[in-house]
Design a protein around this ligand. Structure first.
Ligand code: FAQ
Length: 313
């Protein structure tokens, strides 16, 4: 059946046909377009999880604002953390176009019904972690998000364009911190190596479970939500990042890492998926602290929301 089939009286069949046509033509699905319920649910889940990640992701770096080593570093870090808050806002707005309210999204995060990225449950123990987070975490985020600038849901794809530009600045500022550290004292270089050791594997796991264990990839690829799989993006990140580690004179903490001339890719060792799932299920080093801090900020901000409502009335 096609959209032009005048004999059809079933609105969802017409909607489905038009939805299929949009995807086949590589056009965007917009908020007022008919979409399958499962597509809407998947988009809400993914955009919300992404928004929550940006917001919770402020905490590990916010931890170092008061202890940044110079005024310049402090201003850069504050700007970066503010950018992450802004990304959360664009993404919550994109999710709202699907018929869910920001209050509902917050409630689902606070009650554990929606997730945020595993990566933000690890602690930031030293200043060089600010370098490693920018270089590796933002680097992994961009690898995934450049793909998402072409995702099928219009408001999400458009939000990604500005976000990617900012993430690109974040990645470079992180790499520049690492470069400064490795060119400092032996102790500073050792701190940079320690940060790489702790952040490397969680950054690889950020891309999500291996394709064989991924619940949503097949359907999300069919709907044009994902254009590449978790494993493809992970490989892209490894291929891009290993030469950067070499440039820094640092060692990637993976004895199985080697270049394969035939495939033109790096081979890498096994990721600890048990650790990943433990973190996703709430048992990472900082899960409880991150959510408690977020809920407290929400409760402490109640008077601002009330004042806003009173002013609007
Ligand atoms: N953490 O079937 P799949 C950033 C869950 S932004 C926790 O493969 P999907 C910027 C997944 O939800 C970082 N859970 O799932 C920044 C599913 O569970 P469910 C965030 C994870 O959705 C930098 C189950 O596992 N970026 O860093 C994770 O097709 C610095 C099965 O997985 C985005 O959110 C994980 N890492 O693919 C901010 C990008 N991975 O819901 C501050 C948008 C998977 O069925 C500082 N999201 N799960 O119960 C995506 O592209 C996708 O959602 C994936 C996962 C690729 C993350």
């Amino acid at each position: 059946m096609t959209v032009t089939d005048a004999t059809s009286t079933d609105p969802s069949a017409v909607g489905q046909a038009r939805f299929d046509e949009l995807l086949a033509d590589g056009r965007k699905v917009e908020p007022r377009d008919w979409m399958p319920d499962e597509y809407r649910k998947t988009m809400i889940r993914q955009i919300a999880q992404h928004a929550h990640s940006e917001v919770i992701g402020q905490q590990p770096e916010g931890n170092w604002i008061t202890r940044a080593p110079s005024l310049k570093r402090k201003s850069i870090l504050m700007a970066k953390v503010q950018d992450e808050a802004g990304h959360g806002l664009y993404l919550y707005s994109a999710a709202e176009t699907l018929g869910v309210s920001r209050d509902e999204l917050n409630e689902m995060l606070h009650s554990g019904r929606q997730k945020y990225s595993s990566i933000f449950n690890y602690p930031t123990l030293s200043w060089s972690d600010m370098g490693a987070v920018g270089w590796l975490v933002d680097g992994a985020a961009i690898t995934n998000q450049v793909m998402l600038t072409r995702t099928s849901y219009g408001p999400y794809a458009r939000a990604m364009i500005k976000i990617c530009k900012e993430e690109s600045f974040h990645q470079r500022q992180g790499f520049e911190i690492m470069l400064t550290m490795v060119n400092g004292t032996a102790e500073q270089k050792a701190m940079a190596q320690d940060s790489l050791n702790r952040w490397w594997w969680p950054a690889l796991a950020m891309f999500g479970p291996p394709d064989a264990d991924s619940t949503h990839t097949t359907q999300s690829i069919a709907w044009g939500i994902k254009l590449e799989t978790n494993d493809q993006l992970r490989q892209k990140f490894v291929d891009m990042t290993v030469p950067q580690a070499e440039y820094l004179g640092l060692t990637v903490p993976d004895p199985d890492l080697r270049w394969n001339d035939e495939t033109g890719h790096y081979e890498f060792g096994a990721i600890d998926w048990d650790d990943f799932w433990a973190v996703v299920k709430g048992d990472g080093p900082c899960n409880r602290e991150r959510i408690a801090h977020k809920v407290k900020a929400w409760e402490d901000g109640a008077w601002v929301r009330e004042a806003g409502r009173a002013h609007a009335e």
